[in-house]
Unconditional design. Structure first.
Length: 74
């Protein structure tokens, strides 16, 4: 099927169907690979570790984070 035919067919879809298709197409272009995600997390972890080591931020105990999160969800 040629691109022009696909375009013509898509333009006859409902607004909701076109929006759903557009979202799927955009996600197919913007989705990072598993390797990219892992690399991004590694860079973020290194950044946070550096901030802790340099005293820029203070660690917060996990129990305190959970308590605050639960309080916000109530």
């Amino acid at each position: 099927m040629k691109l022009k035919q696909i375009e013509d067919d898509v333009l006859h879809l409902s607004e909701e169907e076109r929006a759903e298709l557009a979202q799927k197409l955009l996600l197919s272009l913007d989705s990072p690979s598993e390797g990219e995600i892992a690399e991004d997390w590694l860079v973020e972890a290194q950044h946070r570790a550096r901030e802790l080591d340099e005293g820029i931020v203070q660690p917060v105990p996990a129990d305190e984070v959970r308590r605050k999160a639960r309080a916000l969800l109530r």
